[in-house]
Design a protein around this ligand. Structure first.
Ligand SMILES: [Zn+2]
Length: 704
């Protein structure tokens, strides 16, 4: 079924304020214990890396220091699509050869001896390094840093990376570690970054762009650099709201000082995950850039805390293999929940736990439960079940034991790799008893332990009230008047929302007073529940419903505009006039829906129709983020606004690095290829395109 995209957004939003949390990916690692790790320990890398915008490639010189652990005659660095240019050895005994996606080092290597090599190379990365008009950024996890910097795909070899970057002088760069120096020249500048501690290769990262920054200091004097697009300073505060609080909270909650020299965060164009915890330099999707209104629906807080928690859980102490992935994602998700609890309160914490428990319970009942030590488990297992496991463990052993155990674990295994068992042993040592039951129920078991979960949820008064209210769903409105009154008078938004959902599809004569009261709570989330659940607007509620257009929520405004125009046909012009200057979220949700409505409303501003159509078409261009473009394509398709330029943009989008966007674009392109007139246009256009686009299109046409 093809539905308007914004309606899909609605269903996603309905239970989840942080929309983008679903973007977290299943990134599991099947790290095999290669022979390599037993033979050699890479100690440090010193490199000078120059990314070249125009050619989408990297030129670099890198030197490596390594210690031989076992006598051998060859070792390697992972290096796909990397071409050796020059090999000037410190040790002429070592032969350097590029073969089979690796750089091989051949010599008669002696145990306990330290060696050094140096070479220059060119890399044309197919992934892990992405070039855009104004930005370049990397993504190491799941993609492999070795695509642009010869390194080790295995997380078990931690290396000290000291990298200098040569970039155009008008740009800024964010990278791991501390910025030692910047040498400016007219065209290019060299930025020297330094790490003082070893990290796994997947955590090496850099991002080049037009950034500005503000610096704050944590209670323990760590410098926190918050970057933003230079032309977007107005959104700085709501985007980074609570960043200092989150940092201070996590540091004191974890009880172990932030382990790195500094912390940086930077929002990036077309970043394909919600966030990535590169050591000292978290990258996140610029879809999280919001103003104060957008903050209410889609804020960065959960991702902010999640990526920061990884700086301890994942970056400082790293899994040995994919079976230990809980130690990364479960921990980051759990500590993000705790940070949100600190900001939004305990009810919010239980609400989120409850929601994930419902999902996990139904998966488990369908026989789709997964064990936390299954390296192939899905993201819901690693993230949500993982967080639940820690919540249950903490209840079992108590706050004090839990916190002491966490501290000991981090202290003992810092800068090392661990297994789940190593963590459990540290808790057991403080607890004084074994955790066999916990391990069986929560780590080894595929079944979700709902009885334990239910017992835990029942400790919250809010959850007891909520589940009680939920149990009233089948009953008549008249029999639950008292409960509804009470819920709508409470300060808890989730209870109010539940009342609103129970009013759905009931007769207006019975529900009117409750709807009135729900509107009057002036709580944007309760009012949003009305916007989401009411399709047919009774005339008695017309004025109240119209007031939703003024709510500080772009989601509410978007739904309300659509519903009002559909319900009160005669008033469409005034609704359109009311929000004709609102843009909405980063994906321009309101503006695009508005343009769409303005175009389909025949008697609305005839003289400006071309202007509106052109604006909508423009949003399909690659200068905009994928979220803007995805919406634009839907509307363009719906309105059949296809022309050379928009089709070109669609072909380009169908090869995008972000698979979700690529898939939705391809679906539309495939559809167009089945329509003769468009097919002809596409073939014509194909003649004017470069080889890469042409071969993509000819392949696609064969499939169709
Ligand atoms: Zn994570």
């Amino acid at each position: 079924m093809k539905s308007n995209h914004w309606i899909e957004f609605v269903t996603l939003f309905i239970y989840n304020k942080v929309f983008f949390s679903f973007l977290f990916f299943i990134i599991s690692f099947h790290t095999s214990y290669s022979q390599q790790i037993e033979k050699v320990d890479f100690i440090d890398v010193k490199a000078t890396v120059q990314p070249i915008f125009a050619e989408k490639k990297v030129k670099a010189t890198a030197s490596y220091t390594f210690k031989i652990l076992k006598k051998c005659d060859s070792i390697y660095l992972d290096a796909p699509n990397i071409y050796l240019l020059n090999t000037k050895n410190f040790n002429s005994q070592i032969k350097i050869v590029s073969k089979n996606k690796k750089i091989w080092l051949f010599a008669d290597f002696k145990v306990n001896k330290t060696y050094k090599i140096c070479f220059s190379y060119e890399a044309i990365p197919k992934k892990a390094l992405y070039f855009f008009k104004n930005q370049i950024w990397t993504q190491g996890q799941g993609k492999y840093t070795s695509n642009w910097l010869p390194s080790i795909n295995d997380m078990n070899d931690k290396i000290e990376f000291n990298i200098s970057y040569i970039i155009p002088s008008e740009k800024k760069i964010v990278a791991n570690g501390i910025l030692k120096s910047v040498t400016k020249n007219e065209k290019f500048s060299t930025w020297e970054y330094k790490m003082t501690k070893p990290i796994s290769s997947y955590l090496v990262a850099f991002a080049v762009g037009d950034f500005s920054k503000k610096i704050i200091k944590s209670k323990t004097n760590t410098l926190i650099e918050l970057y933003y697009p230079t032309n977007d300073s107005l959104h700085f505060e709501p985007t980074y709201r609570f960043s200092g609080e989150i940092f201070n909270f996590l540091e004191s909650e974890i009880g172990f000082k932030y382990p790195w020299v500094n912390y940086k965060q930077v929002p990036l164009h077309d970043f394909m995950y919600a966030g990535m915890e590169n050591t000292t330099a978290t990258f996140f999707s610029d879809n999280f850039i919001v103003d104060s209104t957008g903050f209410n629906d889609r804020n960065y807080i959960n991702v902010n805390a999640h990526e920061l928690a990884h700086q301890w859980f994942g970056n400082l102490v790293t899994e040995k293999s994919g079976s230990d992935h809980w130690l990364h994602e479960g921990f980051a998700s759990y500590y993000a929940l705790l940070a949100e609890k600190e900001i939004f309160g305990e009810d919010n914490y239980y609400w989120k736990l409850y929601q994930s428990s419902e999902q996990l319970r139904s998966l488990s009942e369908e026989g789709k439960g997964e064990a936390l030590n299954d390296p192939g488990a899905s993201s819901i297992t690693f993230y949500e079940k993982g967080a639940w496991a820690l919540h249950i463990l903490r209840e079992k052993v108590g706050d004090e034991v839990f916190k002491k155990g966490i501290k000991n674990y981090l202290f003992k295994y810092q800068f090392q790799n661990v297994k789940i068992k190593d963590f459990l042993i540290e808790i057991e040592l403080v607890y004084g008893m074994n955790l066999n039951d916990f391990e069986n129920d929560w780590i080894n078991q595929t079944k979700f332990q709902y009885e334990q979960v239910y017992k835990s949820l029942m400790k919250s008064k809010f959850m007891r009230d909520y589940l009680n209210l939920l149990s009233l769903r089948p009953r008549s409105i008249s029999s639950k008047t008292f409960d509804f009154e009470k819920a709508l008078s409470s300060s808890n938004v989730f209870l109010g929302q539940e009342v609103v959902y129970q009013l759905q599809n009931e007769s207006i004569s019975q529900t009117l007073p409750f709807y009135k009261k729900a509107f009057q709570t002036n709580n944007i989330h309760i009012r949003q529940a009305i916007a989401m659940s009411m399709n047919k607007i009774p005339t008695e509620l017309k004025t109240d419903y119209e007031s939703l257009l003024d709510d500080k929520s772009y989601l509410t405004q978007e739904i309300a505009l659509g519903n009002l125009c559909a319900n009160f046909y005669g008033d469409r012009l005034s609704y359109l006039n009311k929000i004709d200057t609102v843009i909405g979220f980063r994906d321009k949700n309101i503006r695009q829906v508005w343009l769409f409505m303005a175009l389909i409303t025949e008697d609305y501003k005839q003289e400006k129709k071309d202007l509106y159509a052109n604006e909508l078409k423009q949003y399909s261009s690659s200068i905009y983020g994928y979220a803007v473009r995805e919406k634009a394509f839907e509307f363009i398709d719906y309105l059949s606004l296809w022309d050379h330029e928009t089709i070109y943009n669609l072909i380009n989008a169908s090869q995008h690095h972000y698979w979700r966007f690529r898939a939705s674009s391809r679906e539309i392109l495939n559809k167009l290829l089945k329509i003769d007139t468009y097919k002809k246009q596409i073939i014509l256009l194909s003649d004017t395109m470069d080889d890469k686009n042409q071969s993509f299109l000819s392949k696609l046409m064969k499939e169709n």
